[in-house]
Design a binder for this molecule. Structure first.
Ligand code: GTP
Ligand code: MG
Length: 199
């Protein structure tokens, strides 16, 4: 995919506005700090399109980016962010839940897990949720540049077994090294083609 344009469109804090999203969408979910915003930037070849931060919980709204004026990347707030009041956490969950269940143009959710850490209960809950609502998803392991090749293989086996997904179905990426981003684009392109063909 040649990214000719990538524009920030809007931030959504209120589930009532979700119906405004009317183009094909790909959403990025995962724990705070896993690298959602960084991956989105790397895919678009832009450094500062989505705000990234070493402080977990940087993205608190549903941020919408439009690629080539034809489809959208949805940067969702990270789950499992320990800070913030219970009320605030519930509000985020409600926002994400409403988005995932009601966005008729959502083609796929990319679920990000940090290659260095074993997926936790929240990650498993997210997958169960996606299975339950029959939302197509792909698993992306992030930050492969931070560990050795051997450890990548070992940790992919762990992630695959904890999440009960095939090891070859996990895309092991690095946004810093721009590694395996083409595999993510392949999936996006296939989904978009399917929409165009009406299948
Ligand atoms: P929230 O918005 O808080 O949910 O976080 P996020 O998932 O959007 O994470 P973000 O992209 O802001 O990245 C968090 C931190 O991880 C930042 O310091 C990034 O620079 C770093 N990071 C993200 N991806 C990579 C990667 O592939 N390699 C390395 N080495 N660091 C990364
Ligand atoms: Mg973010």
């Amino acid at each position: 995919m040649v990214v000719k344009s990538a524009d920030f469109i809007t931030s959504i804090a209120n589930s009532a506005r979700i119906s405004e999203l009317n183009k094909p969408q790909f959403a990025f979910v995962g724990r705070s700090n896993v690298g959602k915003s960084s991956l989105l930037n790397a895919l678009c070849n832009r450094n500062k399109l989505a705000k990234t931060s070493s402080t977990p919980g940087r993205t608190r709204l549903i941020n919408v980016f439009e690629i080539n004026k034809s489809f959208q990347f949805i940067d969702l707030p990270g789950y499992g962010f320990a800070l913030g009041s219970k009320k605030e956490q519930n509000a985020w969950q409600e926002l994400i839940g409403t988005y995932l269940e009601n966005s008729s143009n959502l083609l796929r959710v990319f679920v990000l897990v940090d290659i260095r850490h074993e997926p936790n209960e929240k990650d498993k809950q997210m997958l169960n949720y996606l299975y339950h609502y029959q939302i197509p998803f792909s698993i992306i392991a992030t930050k492969t540049d931070k560990i050795s090749k051997n450890l990548i293989i070992k940790n992919l086996n762990i992630i695959s077994s904890v999440l009960s997904v095939g090891r070859d179905d996990i895309i092991a990426t690095s946004s810093v090294k721009k590694d395996k981003l083409d595999a993510v684009w392949d999936i996006i392109e296939q989904d978009l083609k399917r929409v165009c063909n009406g299948s």
